[in-house]
Design a protein around this ligand. Structure first.
Ligand SMILES: *Cc1c(COP(=O)(O)O)cnc(C)c1O
Length: 352
């Protein structure tokens, strides 16, 4: 017998990308930064550890203040979470009474949270080229959520189209998950004063070298943020621990390091796109820190396995529309050169 409430017995949990020994593998499967955080960020942990006997600051002031300033918002318009996944969880828990709608090809957690919180979820297919068409959401009800740039496609939707939807549907909450916005595109954050129904989610995991620290945020009008805090204080007021607050604060003082690494990633991304095209891959014009590519002569699973044998780990999603695609995190230039070499070898083997 099971002690689990039957309503949870059919839950299909999120499948994270594998974490592996990096001595052995080139790890291009979870969209982390391939670069370590700046030295001062590492030192901040040691310093903060002296105070681990105390509970963390529930307002996360030392991060919230400089982050609000950096984003150009008021502190009461900013919510901090244990990774943006936690922010998303509160959104699915609290803001989906009338249901939620999201694309068929997008971040896997949207479906997982819909199941967990038993939300009525409408899946709206992307167009054939994987672009997102917001007018298709007119027929749905309740909240709308999508990632911009989207994952795993890397496709980016211009703010004008989102604004148009926000204006036409003032009674519907629109959540824009901007996990990858620093790698391409314009953030919607400056528009939160204009739209009370806009909630933007961001993270320190992808562009700020802090995936392991778990620091995410939500930005929206003060009423939305107060409601998120009501949920947070009803579950876990200390959701962002003091070590994470310390590294978050330190990262915000290293903006030039962060910016430099973003520029590097974009450069390596564009170089890699070109090389993959030369190898015959078809790709989206990804604006994230990853590529989304398929080869006309090789099934996705086969490519994934062949790369794995060569100790290169990428992400493959076994789903109807994406099963021939790979999502490849942009690593360092050296890592991507090895990837391109490995792909060239694999392709040669099957096409001779
Ligand atoms: C990685 C990712 C997240 C989660 O990031 P964390 O802040 O590490 O929880 C959220 N949304 C999208 C689209 C992502 O790719």
């Amino acid at each position: 017998m099971s002690f689990l409430n039957p309503k949870y017995q059919d839950l299909t949990p999120y499948t994270p990308g594998e974490q592996v020994n990096e001595q052995e593998y080139i790890k291009l499967n979870t969209n982390e930064s391939p670069y370590p955080p700046a030295a001062s960020v590492q030192q901040a942990v040691v310093h903060a550890a002296q105070k681990l006997n105390r509970y963390s600051d529930i307002a996360g002031e030392s991060v919230a203040k400089p982050l609000a300033r950096y984003l150009g918002v008021k502190q009461e318009q900013l919510f901090l979470g244990n990774g943006s996944d936690e922010v998303l969880a509160y959104i699915f828990q609290g803001f989906t009474e009338n249901g939620i709608a999201f694309p068929d090809v997008t971040y896997g957690f949207y479906q997982v949270y819909s199941n967990l919180y038993q939300v009525d979820a409408k899946i709206v297919p992307l167009k054939d080229d994987f672009s997102l068409e917001l007018t298709k959401y007119k027929k749905t009800k309740g909240t709308v959520i999508f990632a911009n740039p989207n994952a795993p496609t890397g496709m980016y939707l211009a703010p004008e189209e989102i604004c148009d939807f926000l204006e036409r549907h003032p009674d519907r909450l629109v959540v824009v998950d901007e996990a990858y916005i620093d790698f391409g595109g314009k953030s919607m954050i400056p528009l939160i004063n204009q739209y009370r129904n806009l909630l933007v989610v961001g993270t320190f995991s992808k562009s700020r070298q802090l995936a392991g620290a778990r620091l995410g945020f939500g930005v929206g009008n003060a009423a939305l943020i107060a409601d998120l805090n009501r949920l947070r204080f009803s579950l876990n007021p200390y959701n962002v621990n003091s070590l994470t607050q310390a590294v978050g604060e330190a990262v915000l003082q290293e903006q030039s390091y962060v910016d430099q690494k973003i520029r590097e990633t974009i450069q390596v991304r564009e170089w890699s796109k070109k090389k993959l095209t030369e190898l015959g891959f078809e790709q989206t014009d990804s604006q994230g820190n990853f590529l989304f590519a398929k080869h006309p002569k090789l099934a996705g699973e086969k490519l994934f396995t062949a790369l794995r044998e060569k100790k290169i780990l990428v992400r493959w999603f076994n789903q109807p529309r994406t099963k021939d695609h790979l999502r490849i995190t942009v690593g360092t230039q050296e890592q991507m050169e090895r990837l391109v070499q490995a792909l060239a070898t694999i392709i040669k083997e099957v096409t001779v």
